[in-house]
Design a protein around this ligand. Structure first.
Ligand SMILES: Nc1ncnc2c1ncn2[C@@H]1O[C@H](COP(=O)(O)OP(=O)(O)OP(=O)(O)O)[C@@H](O)[C@H]1O
Length: 279
């Protein structure tokens, strides 16, 4: 049986001002999965993520990591934070040291690792994100895309088993998006489970094995890309747009062509168009 890596059970959270940000959220992330949480602004994605490593304590319900409930005690939380690394949406919330290498060193040093091991992890994780050579630069002098990669390196250096990334490609140019996706895919190949939030349907189309749709604090749908992207009503409700390939196939269908609207990759779409012409 596939191991469940992270699970929320009837997770609910209400902010002190009374905003009910999460309502009975149940999600499961299996070991090695690539998951996307999608939903409109204010749906509760960041609030949900802050529960994944015990930054926020649920109002009711709980989170389990490898079948163990997160316990809100210092030593237990340290263990959880070693397993579950979070990369925030804005690198400015994460990068604060005067140099890139000191920033990446922060996590491993807090784990109490030897100096040589910290050095090894700095160079390994900067190499992994394609930022070797930037060790002595000031993080705030880097471009947005470079800052994002350094923020990822800082988490990678802790060797987490699960990585959570809040909108990892927001604000990046197409090459920056591809670079971050390559990094995430490489980390996943090494066995790390990855959870992202995103509004970028094209990116999610390329990346995720499974999608959860969060709306007004509730999970209103979950499934693979085909199930989610072919549900027009759902996408509309969640303020999402279908991938361009799906839109093209729907338009062809409306015009009487015999096409399968569940095909979503570019290659599959081209095949459908070629086939439909022959029909
Ligand atoms: N500190 C807070 N106090 C009160 N309400 C809050 C607080 N932080 C967030 N909220 C509210 O909780 C709800 C969920 O917010 P959250 O930031 O988790 O959504 P999100 O899906 O991450 O949004 P976005 O896509 O805009 O980043 C929103 O209604 C928001 O206004």
């Amino acid at each position: 049986m596939e191991q469940i890596h992270l699970e929320t059970k009837n997770l609910s959270f209400t902010y002190p001002d009374g905003t009910q940000a999460l309502k009975n959220v149940n999600i499961q992330i299996k070991k090695g999965e690539k998951i996307a949480i999608m939903g409109p602004n204010g749906a509760g994605k960041s609030t949900l993520f802050s529960h994944f490593n015990g930054l926020t304590e649920p109002t009711s319900g709980h989170v389990e990591i490898d079948g163990e409930k997160i316990v809100f005690e210092r030593d237990e939380l340290l263990k959880v934070r070693q397993k579950v690394g979070i990369v925030f949406q804005d690198p400015n919330d994460q990068l604060f040291a005067p140099t890139v290498k000191e920033d990446v060193a922060f996590g491993p040093m807090n784990l109490g690792l030897e100096y040589d091991e910290v050095k090894r992890r700095i160079s390994e994780s900067l190499e992994m994100v394609g930022m070797s050579g930037f060790e002595d630069k000031t993080p705030h002098h880097l471009s947005g895309g470079q800052q994002k990669r350094v923020a990822i390196a800082g988490i990678v250096a802790m060797r987490p088993e699960i990585m959570i990334l809040d909108e990892p490609t927001a604000g990046l140019d197409p090459e920056g998006v591809d670079k971050v996706l390559d990094i995430l895919n490489n980390l996943n190949k090494e066995g790390i489970s990855i959870v992202i939030s995103s509004h970028d349907i094209e990116m999610v189309n390329h990346f995720a094995d499974k999608i959860y749709v969060l709306y007004d604090g509730q999970i209103i749908a979950s499934g693979d890309k085909h199930q989610i992207f072919s549900d027009k009503e759902l996408l509309k409700k969640a303020h999402l747009k279908a991938p361009v390939t799906t839109e093209i196939l729907y338009k062809l269908k409306e015009k009487g062509f015999d096409v399968d609207t569940e095909k979503i990759s570019i290659d599959e779409t081209v095949e459908e168009i070629i086939k439909s012409k022959k029909n």
